[in-house]
Design a protein around this ligand. Structure first.
Ligand SMILES: [Zn+2]
Length: 455
């Protein structure tokens, strides 16, 4: 992987009229935003237009065994610096998992998959990234990975993914980034076009599951793509470069080069519409907002997923219908109205720690007194099977009671990312904090759920 001095050499001359990116000339140079488990620094490189209109954050290398992702981020940084688009300020964390990349492992030194740690933030690496995003407030985040094209589920049909880059977007329906589906589709179309011009294949990230289910990325909020979009209301794009394999019967473009091309296409698209992107920031969340808390991928009228596929034995690439049932649409099966605030008991120390790591704001302490609130009583019998996330959604009823304000911390829902509170704190939420046994939020039959709603 490239090092600092190599980058320096490639970054060109000191900053000129075009706002280029020399390490010395940058305010603060490279910024250390935190440290890994083994004490390696997490370095963010800032670069681009000081009169920034659009802030763009590239996050690469969450998985330590995907070395093409950091390589692509560094190469892109050098290219950006030599010809920075107007009005764009770039921050690049090219190695988000330096311990994993030193050891060649997907996970960090504490065996945590960082891209599944965006709810609990139990790793110092993910905590540092969230603190940075909370402070720097990018308008767009690009999360760079590589994927394995040789999948057993596809190989049983004699197929391999030939896409140089797969792209995906935030998919959890509770997410409000102000980014319309139309804007998303335009980005996808533009990316495909730019990649095709460079003879590269690009498609939407697609999963083929063993029982013959074909769908897109998970709806869960554990990963950077969904959680950044939910918590910071920031559009987040996932780019996955095709990992090369010795078994490939034909030559593919080097994965990091394909990724550089795709990052460039996303940045170009964003810089052209930077004013819209800034305007598209959603307004403050409303009290009594309706938030989807259970959802799943479902069939729609579209018959099959057609995409380019490579024959595993002959190497030829054709557009084919992928075998299996295609679930292209997302259906919300349960919604809830947000309260004014959620009341978390001070005794729920682990949960309060997670909410603090999520940088969610607390209401100022109101001192002693009693507050009317709704408490959930859990009835587990009427569970609903869900295809993703928790297996059983509990059936609940609410009861009004007053609570002792001194014993609770209140989290107002009318803050940026207030919907994250709803997803994490509602007991019927498929994405709730009760899924994590370590947090001590059991859904016990006929008990009251510890978190209350201040209405
Ligand atoms: Zn990855």
């Amino acid at each position: 992987m490239g090092n600092e001095s190599e980058l320096l050499n490639r970054a060109g001359p000191t900053r000129g009229a075009r706002g280029g990116c020399s390490l010395q000339a940058l305010p603060g140079g490279s910024e250390t935003i935190g440290y890994s488990v083994e004490g390696r620094p997490l370095l963010v490189r800032h670069c681009g237009d000081d009169g920034e209109r659009l802030r763009l954050f590239i996050l690469a290398g969450q998985h330590g065994d995907e070395s093409d992702a950091p390589k692509a981020a560094l190469e892109y940084l050098a290219e950006f610096a030599s010809n920075p688009p107007k009005g764009v300020r770039l921050a690049v964390l090219w190695d988000a998992n330096p311990d994993g990349s030193a050891a060649g492992t997907r996970r960090n030194a504490r065996d945590i998959d960082l891209n599944r740690d965006h709810v609990l933030l139990s790793a110092p690496e993910t905590r540092a990234v969230h603190l940075f995003v909370n402070r720097w407030r990018p308008n767009l985040i690009v999360d760079v990975h590589t994927y394995r094209p040789w999948r057993p589920e596809l190989l049983q049909h004699g197929m391999v993914f030939p896409q140089d880059v797969m792209i995906d977007f935030p998919t959890n329906p509770a997410i409000r980034t102000g980014w319309t589906p139309a804007a998303r589709n335009r980005l996808f179309a533009r990316l495909k076009q730019r990649m095709a011009e460079a003879s590269l294949r690009c498609d939407r990230y697609t999963l083929v599951r063993a029982p013959g289910i074909v769908r897109h990325s998970t709806l869960d909020i554990l990963d950077a793509r969904n959680m950044f979009a939910l918590r910071y209301e920031t559009p987040t794009v996932l780019l996955e470069g095709r990992r090369s394999s010795r078994e490939d019967p034909r030559i593919f473009t080097a994965p990091h080069r394909a990724l550089v091309k795709s990052i460039d296409a996303v940045v170009e698209w964003a810089s052209r519409r930077r004013q819209q992107m800034r305007r598209e920031r959603p307004g403050p969340p409303q009290y009594y907002d309706t938030v989807p808390i259970q959802c799943r991928y479902i069939h729609s009228n579209s018959p099959a997923r057609y995409m380019e596929m490579q024959s595993a034995s002959f190497g030829d690439i054709q557009v084919v219908g992928i075998p299996g049932e295609y679930l292209p649409s997302i259906k919300t099966v349960r919604t809830v109205r947000t309260p004014r605030a959620y009341a978390v008991p001070r005794t729920a120390a682990k949960l309060l720690q997670v909410l603090a790591r999520q940088n969610l704001e607390r209401a100022p302490s109101s001192g002693p007194g009693r507050i009317q609130a709704e408490f959930y009583r859990i009835w587990c019998e009427a569970g609903t099977e869900l295809s993703e996330g928790s297996d059983v959604a509990p059936f609940t009823t609410t009861e009004r009671k007053s609570l002792d304000a001194a014993k609770y911390v209140l989290f107002p829902t009318s803050q940026v990312g207030g919907r994250a509170l709803t997803l994490l704190l509602e007991p019927e939420s498929q994405f709730g904090a009760h899924r994590f046994p370590g947090l001590g939020l059991p859904l016990e039959q006929a008990s009251f759920y510890p978190v209350a709603r201040v209405v």
